[in-house]
Design a protein around this ligand. Structure first.
Ligand code: ATP
Length: 307
């Protein structure tokens, strides 16, 4: 089995008046949970459509599960689950009938439906019409249909939009359980902080180009953004006098906010702990996915304005 579920090489997708993807090269390791990030119109959905074989690249090469998705047959499709950004169902059908109908369309065994409805917590509501479902229940039914056929690759396009924080947590719990079973997951979202703990790899698109890709650790190193250290102190004035050469970003009544280059983090922490009663407490915040997203987006826009 290939080490990569998806390989995209020099892909361009051009529409008559717009280039949605422009020379994108990336790969998705098998079994990874991948965050696909980008502003509105960056090309996330277009990339997903290419991976699904719903559209062909204008040039370049796409391979998914070692096949050309645009040319592959039903057997290939059964190995892929897709939850589109706005999933729609027939309102008059029950959850159970909806899933059975979609199973028939996908050519998979209908016997799976009962277990899938249980997996997404819809057993109790299985006989209710979809029009009575809440947004969260519809999303769960959407996930259940994406899981028909026990796919090896799951593409989720902004799956938690419109869900409240508790439902989002619940949704991510289900998705993570799937990753635990070896399913490769590509998930696009604007809710960066929620993705952070769940991401093996981030792909950041900007204006159809690949702005950055890598693990969070790799992107942090590449971005070289400062580490933030929050220091609480009863005597912030005296403390700041002991911090020559260290950037103080903000000073509050009993708190100093420092920005420290990654490679100096430990030196600064040692210095702070040597200051005894001047320091009550400290906490260290590494650059977040949000910071990285803004950093790489910003670099790219500077490049294009310079071009
Ligand atoms: P969002 O976060 O808003 O869903 P996105 O990153 O998914 O955005 P895409 O839907 O991939 O972005 O669109 C990328 C660009 O390609 C946009 O400018 C869009 O208008 C354009 N585009 C997408 N599909 C088509 C199409 N079928 N015909 C013409 N232009 C298209």
């Amino acid at each position: 089995m290939s080490d990569f579920s998806c390989v995209v090489e020099q892909v361009v997708k051009r529409y008559p008046r717009h280039c949605a993807l422009d020379g994108v090269t990336l790969s998705v390791p098998s079994g990874a949970c991948v965050a696909l990030l980008g502003h509105n119109g960056a090309g996330k959905t277009t990339l997903m459509k290419l991976l699904l074989g719903l559209t062909r690249p204008s040039s370049g090469r796409v391979r998914v599960l070692a096949e050309d998705p645009a040319a592959a047959g039903a057997g290939f499709r059964r190995q892929i689950g897709f939850l589109p950004e706005s999933v729609t169902f027939y309102d008059e059908m029950t959850g159970q009938d909806t899933l059975a109908y979609l199973a028939r369309l996908k050519g998979v065994d209908r016997q799976q439906c009962v277990a899938l409805l249980a997996q997404v917590g819809l057993t109790e509501a299985a006989d209710r019409r979809v029009k009575t479902y809440s947004k969260g229940m519809r999303q769960r039914l959407g996930l259940a249909q994406a899981l028909l056929g026990r796919p090896r690759l799951l593409l989720l396009d902004e799956p938690t939009t419109g869900l409240d924080p508790i439902l989002r947590q619940e949704f991510y719990r289900m998705v993570l359980a799937l990753r635990g079973q070896g399913v490769t997951i590509v998930l696009s979202s604007h809710l960066l902080t929620e993705l952070e703990a769940r991401t093996d790899l981030a792909i950041i698109l900007r204006q159809g180009r690949l702005a950055a890709t890598g693990s969070l650790e790799a992107l942090r190193l590449q971005a070289d953004l400062p580490v933030r250290i929050r220091v609480s102190s009863e005597q912030p004035q005296s403390l700041s006098e002991q911090l020559a050469g260290i950037r103080i970003v903000r000073s509050e009544e009993k708190m100093l906010h420092l920005a420290v280059p990654v490679q100096e983090k430990m030196t600064v922490v040692r210095h702070l702990t040597s200051l005894g009663p001047l320091v009550n407490d400290l906490d260290i915040q590494l650059p977040t996915l949000d910071d990285l997203y803004h950093h790489f987006g910003h670099l790219q826009s500077e490049e294009s304005s310079a071009a």
